[in-house]
Design a protein around this ligand. Structure first.
Ligand SMILES: NC(=O)c1ccc[n+]([C@@H]2O[C@H](COP(=O)([O-])OP(=O)(O)OC[C@H]3O[C@@H](n4cnc5c(N)ncnc54)[C@H](OP(=O)(O)O)[C@@H]3O)[C@@H](O)[C@H]2O)c1
Length: 337
């Protein structure tokens, strides 16, 4: 443990989320003494540079969390694929170190929080296993723009979510890029993450639907239901994948109390510091590097059945890093680290 400031281990430090997170921590007001970057042992990584220091990336060999993490970290952030997070987390829990899980792989063991959207960590629940989970990027975005509408009688939200290839990590963006180049050159495009292709196309479902809805759709409805205290059936979500590299976006159709229309929704969303309301609405690409949600195209349903609007955000800076930082800041403030 550091004498002043936090020693923060980032498992998955070389990935899309992990690298953005280290940058975001550096610029935050959280006092970081040292980072302990960790990645897979599948390749040799260059050192990570942060705050004028160079940190060697420690490998995970044979599913063992590096000793340095277990001995020195005050906080471990998991920015790894869900299966890896679930395999490695027990050793960190046994060492009594606080965990922030990016993506919600440990949601059955920890407490989900989106302080960015006004859903702070429940400290009493956190102290049990010391695991706080930041949900998926679309859940962070949707929670941010839907929470203020509870005061307007939100009873249902129907979401159409568009995920970029970048939501599948570095590999997703690389594969889309190689598919585009390959198709331009009449080559054979790589299809590991997107077996049906993605370049110049739209995927109407992420994975194979079971009972009509996909796992990603059910999970999003459940994450939002837990936060907003509605039923998952009141939050049906269709999750599509579009051939962009960054920025998550959604169209929401919301049912509010009678008489509430687009103008009230605009005023309400505009009053929230973590939401920027603008028309024309900010496109997903132009949200990159911003740590707020963007909303616009707020319009009354022509049949008088609620309000439609569009929202977008950077899947990394907003949908992951900003929320992780907000969780870490709360835990630090409350002496829970
Ligand atoms: N991308 C997004 O927009 C986004 C947004 C919110 C949440 N999330 C969640 O954040 C997590 C990370 O996503 P990502 O997009 O950053 O993925 P990514 O770019 O593929 O990065 C994965 C990271 O995990 C490391 N890793 C993989 N297997 C490992 C192992 N066995 N032991 C230790 N480290 C291992 C990788 O190391 P190597 O470099 O050595 O392979 C890399 O650093 C996922 O759970 C995802 O659902 C992603």
């Amino acid at each position: 443990m550091a004498e002043s400031g936090l020693d923060i281990a980032v498992i998955g430090a070389t990935g899309a989320v992990g690298s953005d997170l280290i940058e975001a921590f550096e610029r935050s007001s959280i006092d970081v003494a040292r980072f302990i970057p960790v990645a897979s042992a599948s390749r040799v990584h260059s050192p990570v540079e942060a705050g004028g220091k160079r940190y060697t990336v420690l490998p995970v060999t044979g599913d063992a969390v590096p000793e340095k993490v277990l001995e020195e970290a005050d906080l471990v952030v998991f920015a790894t694929p869900a299966s890896v997070t679930r395999t490695l987390a027990p050793a960190v829990v046994d060492a009594g170190i606080a965990i922030i899980d990016v993506g919600g792989a440990l949601v059955d063991q920890g407490v989900m929080a989106v302080p960015l959207a006004g859903f702070p960590v429940d400290s009493d629940l956190f102290t049990d296993r010391r695991i706080a989970c930041s949900p998926s990027a679309p859940a962070v975005l949707a929670a941010t723009v839907l929470r203020p509408l509870r005061a307007l009688g939100l009873s249902r939200a129907q979401l159409s979510v568009m995920l970029p290839a970048g939501a599948f990590g570095r590999g997703g963006a690389e594969e889309l890029s190689r598919q585009v180049v390959s198709l331009f050159n009449s080559g054979d495009p790589p299809r590991a993450l997107f077996p049906d292709g993605l370049a110049f196309d739209v995927l109407a479902a992420l994975g194979t639907p079971a009972d009509d809805w996909t796992g990603a759709e059910r999970r999003l409805s459940m994450e939002l239901a837990a936060l907003l205290r509605l039923q998952p059936t009141d939050l049906p979500a269709t999750v599509m994948v579009i051939p962009t590299f960054a920025g998550v976006s959604l169209n929401a159709v919301v049912t509010l109390q009678p008489g509430v229309g687009a103008e009230r929704v605009r005023t309400t969303l505009n009053a929230i510091p973590t939401i920027t309301v603008r028309d024309p609405v900010v496109s997903p690409l132009h949200t990159v590097g911003t740590a707020t949600a963007h909303a616009g195209r707020i319009r009354d349903d022509p049949g008088g059945r609620g309000v439609h609007f569009w929202a977008s955000g950077d899947n990394l800076r907003f949908g992951a890093s900003a929320n992780v930082l907000a969780i870490a800041a709360q835990l630090w403030r409350e002496n829970l680290l």
